[in-house]
Design a protein around this ligand. Structure first.
Ligand code: AMP
Length: 464
């Protein structure tokens, strides 16, 4: 859960990266950073906090040059501290190198132990740092070949950007778990986690960086390579459900369109008699519109959001998360009083949000509450870069739907089926262009941690 953005060969490189990171802020709110180069020196600014808090005019002037990469971070691996802020920068025998990574390496712990046994000294607790060490240790001459050699040793998910004084390299892992897209702004190439950042800077969207593709961008132009063993790509389905911004095109469709289709499908699969449909804002809005359109039940904003509070889940501290729901949402008395309400949310993780919202709605006089979720029960943790907690914290991993319903105190609770979700993505046709990773719902992991290493691997991720 991070956002990355980079541009090569543009006078306003860091200003554009700053704007790009703004558009990607929803992907991570813990820290942000920009690293730039003018062809000889590297400049860097990384801090904890939001993009708009970190970068003022003065800070942006520090990150000079014609090429820059940036990162917004939500930690899935490594603790939430400045030493783990990205882009990660090192100076080694070949010069400077900066990396911005979205994803999660599943064999990072093994490689890290091995490197530490040989005497490597790590500066952070991030999985990303192993890539940098492997690059430095490679005997290849070109950075591109060093990077490829390093990535041949790692497993897991990585959409990443690498910057040196001469080039920018974009890579997406062979499964293509996390998104990565390419655009052009006049003569400059731009790479981003999501297309919404291209719209902001008026860059022309070209295409996805393909799973397994390495794109090298330099003064000599752009080159594409496919150096890894081919596997069947498994793009993350959760990007559609929760993570990506509705106005982004993800895997060829806008997220808004897909979420509306989830809502329509849910109305077909799990209909109920009710007076109004209300979303849990913001992530439930698109799907609630779809549910309302399909069912004919009027759409209302029964819950009002305070926009000056970030996503509650994004702030990982339990104490704040506990407060979060009330800080963020309030029910509108006039809208909900005496009503039979369909409440739409995109997913249930621990069920604390739903439970609190239901209490809030009942306090404001709601008559019936029918909770509808636009994804199947989230029963399995994600090892590929989405921060879903361990199985014991995922309520659906140990409780049946009726039990969750009782816990949440809703009148009824229903989820979208896996097939329904896929039908919606395929625009009702039942077929779609891509295969997805839906391990969080199905437990079908394309790549596991090396056998028996789950716990040990997770230790690396303990928030220190
Ligand atoms: P919970 O209260 O733990 O059930 O959280 C459910 C809410 O968290 C839903 O409204 C989702 O919009 C949101 N959510 C689901 N998955 C994630 C995630 N991986 N990261 C952040 N927020 C999430």
């Amino acid at each position: 859960m991070c956002g990355i953005f980079g541009i090569f060969d543009h006078r306003e490189a860091s200003n554009l990266v700053y704007l790009g990171l703004h558009a990607l802020q929803h992907r991570g709110q813990e820290s942000a950073g920009i690293v730039s180069t003018d062809g000889s020196t590297m400049y860097m600014r990384r801090e904890m906090g939001l993009v708009s808090d970190i970068f003022d005019e003065e800070a942006l002037q520090e990150v000079k040059g014609h090429a820059a990469i940036g990162h917004v971070r939500y930690s899935t691996a490594g603790s939430s501290s400045l030493k783990n802020a990205q882009p990660f920068v090192v100076e080694y025998s070949k010069g400077f190198l900066a990396i911005a990574h979205n994803g999660n390496l599943t064999n990072a712990k093994i490689i890290r132990d091995e490197l530490q046994n040989y005497g490597s000294i790590f500066q952070s607790t991030m999985d990303t740092e192993v890539i940098v060490h492997l690059i430095a240790l490679s005997h290849e001459n070109l950075t591109l070949d060093r990077l490829i050699a390093a990535l041949r040793r790692v497993e897991g998910s990585y959409s990443l950007l690498l910057l040196t004084d001469k080039e920018m390299i974009a890579v997406r892992d062979p499964y293509g778990f996390r998104p990565l897209v390419l655009a052009k702004l006049k003569d400059s190439y731009v790479v981003s986690s999501e297309t919404c950042a291209f719209d902001l800077i008026e860059a022309d969207y070209l295409r996805e960086v393909e799973p397994g593709e390495v794109i090298h961008i330099s003064k000599d132009g752009i080159r594409s390579y496919f150096p890894f063993k081919k596997v069947e790509p498994r793009r993350c389905i959760f990007e559609y459900i929760y993570f990506a911004r509705p106005d982004s095109q993800v895997y060829g469709r806008t997220v808004y369109g897909v979420r509306k289709a989830f809502g329509r499908e849910l109305a077909r699969e799990r209909s109920v008699e009710a007076d109004i449909v209300i979303p849990i804002p913001d992530s439930g809005i698109s799907a609630a519109i779809g549910y309302s359109q399909e069912s004919g039940i009027p759409f209302e904003m029964g819950l009002i959001r305070n926009h000056y509070v970030g996503r509650t889940f994004i702030e990982p501290k339990e104490s704040i998360r506990h407060f979060g729901v009330k800080l963020k949402l309030n029910a509108d008395h006039e809208t909900v009083k005496g009503k039979r309400i369909v409440v739409i949310d995109d997913s249930i993780v621990r069920a604390t949000t739903g439970r609190k919202i239901i209490t809030m709605l009942r306090q404001q006089g709601a008559k019936e509450i029918h909770f509808r979720v636009t994804s199947p029960p989230t029963r399995f943790p994600c090892f590929y870069g989405i921060d879903t907690p361990s199985r014991s914290e995922l309520i659906a991993s140990s409780h049946k739907v009726e039990e969750i319903n009782r816990y949440m105190t809703s009148d009824t609770l229903e989820y979208l089926t896996i097939d329904g979700m896929k039908r919606a993505i395929g625009n009702g046709s039942g077929s779609f262009h891509y295969s997805f990773c839906d391990a969080c719902f199905s437990g079908d992991y394309p790549l596991r941690f090396p056998w028996g290493m789950e716990l040990e691997q997770m230790e690396l991720f303990v928030k220190r």
